[in-house]
Design a binder for this molecule. Structure first.
Ligand code: AMP
Length: 469
């Protein structure tokens, strides 16, 4: 099947040609004809499948007829995050280059007045995050009664972020007779319920998850100690030893960890940027831009901040924290091995993470091979610390004052005692840290840089690492 069989306009076909696309992806070939036939569509597809073009291309075709009126957008796209909204807007620029479309973005972090000025001029496509949209609506700056097409993108992420009440409210503000396209990567019961309330006799289009479709992802797990400094040292060794490294996304479970890890990697001379909810809009855009252009080789992100972002050709994904939800793991590793490229996803697994890994392996239906020795599961008496990695009572490192956090102040212990080793103390000395070759993506460490004490690392990490092993 080719793009010209789908019913798209000549202008849109011209833009697709200019983008260099030869054939539609499965979600595009299955969804576009139905969208153009004005059917409601339930699309189950993840980012990386070409789902954005699956709704943007037919939208542009349909918008060629008719004109926008002041304060009454003709179509509305709801996105869970600002970055996703901005990314969809970029798609309209790319695919709408032969059309004169007024596209407005209503997202936090952008001046209210500029957005308002655009609304007054009349917009064909309004792309918004739910909160900002309702803000404008409540101020009487926006009428949704002229909206012919509603798109709810990344619905499962909307659910995770608590946006469903807002979405339901917005659903009541757009005309009942509108057409609705509803996209989600997963289909939990709550999403099914919302889909049922929003969609009328929809066509269901489902495409394989990248994780099952892409067999080119090498997945590995590596044992690490529970403390952040141990995990950071393990991560640096993994990065330094990574084969065929081009760039990497490093996932943390919490935004505080994103910020802390970013600071640490930069301090160690790595060219890294971070993406988390506490950054303002321009800082987030700048970080993404630097990563997309290849100026920064490491992007540290939380699931919420990274969800759905179009970041092409990532060679490596590192899970600094094992995600608590197995679905997040699937999303994360889907960032590599895209479009036939090979990729590697490595998870750092501390003693308290073994349950989460088991849940991931169950969902994926495969077991993830270990690089080196497996981690010893946490003892039943141990309780997780605030990161969920466990600590041993009040003396835990995470409670020590900051001033004590020099390498010398570290407790002299093996961070990952394995059961057999606990009985028989290690006699073998850890191998010396291998000399670091200059890395193209790593700048010189700062002058006050202290080489971390690597004695707590498992021996195999101190040798050159073959991640394909
Ligand atoms: P998405 O799933 O919408 O995030 O799209 C993932 C990436 O695939 C984007 O970089 C698109 O530019 C690209 N893409 C979308 N459709 C096609 C296609 N038919 N052929 C090649 N690349 C595509």
């Amino acid at each position: 099947m080719s793009f010209s069989d789908l019913g798209l306009s000549d202008k849109v076909l011209g833009a697709i040609d200019a983008a260099g696309y030869k054939t539609p992806t499965p979600i595009q070939s299955q969804a576009i004809p139905h969208v153009l036939a004005r059917r409601d569509v339930l699309g189950i597809a993840q980012t990386g499948t070409g789902k954005t073009a699956a709704f943007v291309l037919p939208m542009i075709t349909m918008l060629e007829k008719g004109r926008a009126r002041a304060r009454m957008p003709r179509t509305l796209i709801l996105e869970p995050t600002r970055e996703l909204a901005a990314q969809v807007a970029e798609n309209f620029e790319k695919y709408g280059k032969n059309n004169k479309l007024n596209v407005a973005l209503l997202i936090g972090g952008v001046s209210f007045d500029d957005q308002d000025a655009k609304l007054i001029r009349g917009v064909d496509v309004l792309i918004a995050t739910p909160g900002r949209l309702l803000d404008h609506f409540e101020r009487g700056r926006l009428l949704l009664s002229g909206c012919e097409l509603l798109i709810i993108d990344e619905a499962d992420r909307m659910l995770d972020m608590g946006f469903i009440p807002d979405i339901e409210r917005i659903g009541k503000l757009v005309p009942f007779t509108r057409q609705t396209l509803f996209f989600t990567a997963t289909m939990p019961a709550e999403i099914q319920r919302i889909a049922d309330t929003f969609l009328h006799n929809p066509v269901r289009v489902e495409v394989a998850k990248p994780a099952t479709a892409a067999t080119t992802i090498t997945q590995l797990q590596v044992a690490t100690g529970r403390e952040d400094y141990e995990k950071r040292a393990t991560l640096r060794h993994l990065i330094d030893g990574a084969e065929n490294f081009k760039n990497a996304i490093i996932f943390c479970n919490r935004k505080l960890e994103v910020a802390a890890l970013h600071k640490s990697l930069v301090k160690h001379g790595y060219n890294a940027v971070a993406l988390h909810g506490d950054l303002d809009q321009s800082a987030r855009m700048a970080a993404l831009d630097a990563f997309r252009k290849g100026d920064a080789k490491l992007l540290i992100a939380s699931d919420v901040a990274a969800r759905g972002l179009d970041i092409p050709a990532v060679s490596h994904v590192f899970n600094f924290d094992v995600p608590h939800h197995p679905d997040d793991y699937v999303h994360r590793i889907g960032r590599t091995g895209r479009a036939g490229l090979t990729g590697t996803a490595i998870s750092l697994v501390a003693p308290f993470d073994t349950k989460s890994v088991a849940a991931i392996e169950k969902l994926m239906g495969t077991s993830i091979p270990w690089m080196g020795e497996p981690v010893a599961a946490a003892e039943p008496g141990e309780r997780p610390n605030r990161h969920g990695h466990g600590e041993r009572g009040r003396g835990g490192r995470s409670r020590q004052p900051r001033g004590n956090r020099s390498p010398e102040a570290r407790p002299p212990r093996d961070p990952q005692p394995r059961r057999e080793e606990a009985a028989a103390p290690r006699t073998e000395k850890p191998a010396p840290v291998r000399p670091r070759e200059p890395q193209p993506y790593r700048e010189r460490p700062q002058r006050d840089h202290v080489e971390p004490d690597a004695s707590h690392l498992p021996a195999f990490l101190l040798r050159p690492v073959n991640i394909k092993a």
